[in-house]
Design a protein around this ligand. Structure first.
Ligand code: ZN
Ligand code: ZN
Length: 551
């Protein structure tokens, strides 16, 4: 919002039109919140301090990652991603993964679970359904306890899922033609000339589907291969997965990456990645050229059923049938048995950009900014499909979307019914051709998976860990400066309650926002004072946290 000179306004002497043009106080407060970096649509939560018994209604940020929903929250989320990217890129020591040894309590719970599972199997053999249900309930409770006790990983289900259909060797993904080295247990790159530890910035794109203009719209839409574009977009994440598998095998160490999937203007996904360590350009090019992903799905080149003549659910057959003959359609498993060739093969395009980047340089910072630049936008917005898009660009996106609507996104996709195949896990509630999957929605352009892909040993920290780290950093800074934060460490632990909107202690949103703005201002003042008071600069590894916090 523009800040203009204060003028005194006399609303009584204005026309109705003039009065309508005045900003509402709520809008003013909203704009203030945005300026102060405070969530503009917070949730009112009741916070109960279990030590002091104090009850307060406080604003809790919405946590959106989209700037058109909440700019401050989206920006905060992006900065956290930047910090995560920076921490892992030029790491000079192996991130340690230490698992705590199981406690006695955990072991007791696990042993009980094993006993119950054995009892369950026994009751099932005897056909005692009632006992089985009772045991299943106890196991569910036990599992909750195990999770609460800090046990991670998969717990064996009582009813093992059916064995997947064995693939014939013919359908195996052929190993690409690449040299193979044994994979060493290291994730950090080499040091050159005793002090340089270069890392890599990589961009992978998909093939061309036809010429496009400067806005990304097809020059000749009738010759642009929208079908291949749609399928490639849907299977892009699987292709990227394969790329990392091949890379690790070929270079011989556990390559780590922080990557983002973004749309190009033409609507095709591409992939940017910060890779820890240096990999020769020629090697990355060879891996990219050799990588492909085969989609072993039934053929879906020809739509069999369209609106007006769609498969119908048959109660007795418990499946979808042909509307004319009443014959059941082949199930997913049946349709997969006869496959002679993959329905689709995805490969990368010719363009591969590889760049060596040294840690701590301006260039590294620029690339981190580039990697995270579009994370606050939807896929469509990031592809330039906003209010400034040209008609040609919009038409191009519409044609791609028309193809995505009839492209199955997974084995469970209801679009399969248009091709006369019952999807995996078919249910009567399915509507042929209607799938809620993100891939079919116009704003996603077929890019349905996660936008940020981070390998496990990048920084060996979750986003939550990174967030906690930043809070700790600020606290330490305040402590060093001898500043008592408004909310002390000794406060809490808290109990949180979601109040009903009619509760009398719930303030209206503008008041909630003002509360949040005041808190933020106090926090900023404390932080600035602490920065001024501590003359010695913070240790190097926290430099990033400073810049990220202060903004
Ligand atoms: Zn928010
Ligand atoms: Zn789908």
């Amino acid at each position: 919002m523009d800040t203009t000179e204060p003028i005194s306004l006399d609303a009584a002497r204005m026309t109705r039109e003039q009065r309508a043009a005045l900003p509402l106080s709520a809008e003013v407060i909203q704009a203030m919140a945005e300026q102060h970096g405070v969530c503009t649509r917070p949730l009112a939560m009741r916070r109960i301090d279990t030590t002091t018994g104090r009850v307060e209604v406080v604003p809790v940020p919405c946590g959106s990652t989209r700037e058109d929903q909440c700019r401050p929250c989206a920006e905060k989320a992006r900065r956290l991603r930047m910090a995560q990217c920076r921490q892992g890129w030029h790491l000079d020591h192996e991130p340690v993964i230490e698992r705590a040894t199981p406690t006695e309590a955990q072991e007791v719970l696990m042993a009980t679970r094993a006993d119950l599972a054995a009892a369950y199997a026994e009751c099932q053999t005897d056909g005692d359904q009632a006992a089985c249900e009772q045991i299943a309930e106890s196991v569910a409770e036990l599992d909750t306890e195990l999770r609460a006790a800090g046990v991670r990983g998969r717990l064996t289900p009582l009813d093992p899922p059916p064995q997947p259909v064995k693939r014939s060797t013919r359908r195996r993904q052929d190993a690409p033609d690449l040299p193979r080295r044994p994979v060493e247990h290291r994730t950090i790159g080499r040091v050159f000339a005793g002090r340089y530890r270069p890392s890599t910035f990589l961009t992978l794109t998909l093939d061309s589907y036809g010429r496009v203009d400067s806005d990304g719209a097809a020059v000749d839409p009738d010759r642009y291969d929208y079908r291949r574009a749609a399928r490639d977009a849907i299977h892009f994440p699987a292709l990227v997965d394969r790329f990392w598998q091949n890379t690790r095998r070929c270079v011989g160490w556990e390559v780590q990456y922080f990557g983002t999937v973004e749309p190009q203007k033409r609507g095709a996904p591409h992939f940017h990645a910060a890779i820890r360590g240096a990999i020769p350009r020629a090697e990355l090019r060879a891996i990219t050229a050799a990588t492909y992903h085969q989609v072993w799905w039934p053929n879906h080149d020809h739509v069999v059923y369209t609106d007006g003549r769609l498969p119908v659910w048959d109660i007795r057959a418990k499946g979808f049938t042909d509307p004319d003959t009443g014959k059941p359609l082949p199930t997913w498993e049946q349709a997969c048995e006869e496959l002679a060739e993959p329905a689709h093969v995805v490969r990368f395009g010719q363009q591969v950009h590889v760049k060596g980047v040294l840690g701590g340089t301006e260039e590294a910072g620029r690339h981190i900014g580039y990697l995270t630049k579009y994370l606050t936008k939807s896929v469509g917005q990031a592809a330039g499909l906003d209010e400034h898009a040209t008609d040609r660009h919009r038409d191009h996106a519409a044609r791609l979307h028309a193809e995505l609507r009839v492209t199955p996104c997974s084995p469970r996709c209801a679009v399969w019914l248009l091709y006369g195949i019952q999807p995996h896990g078919v249910r009567h509630s399915m509507t042929p051709g209607r799938c809620k999957g993100k891939a079919h929605q116009p704003e996603h352009l077929g890019i349905a998976g996660r936008r940020v892909l981070v390998s496990r040993k990048w920084s060996n920290k979750t986003l939550e860990d990174h967030r906690a780290e930043r809070t700790k950093f600020v606290r330490q800074l305040l402590e060093r400066a001898g500043i008592q934060p408004a909310q002390g460490v000794e406060d809490g632990p808290y109990l949180w309650e979601r109040p009903a909107p009619t509760d009398p202690d719930i303030p209206p949103r503008p008041l909630l926002l003002l509360h949040a703005i005041a808190e933020r201002q106090r926090w900023k003042a404390e932080y600035t004072a602490a920065q001024l008071a501590t003359s010695n600069p913070p240790p190097n590894q926290n430099r990033s946290a400073t810049t990220d916090q202060a903004a």
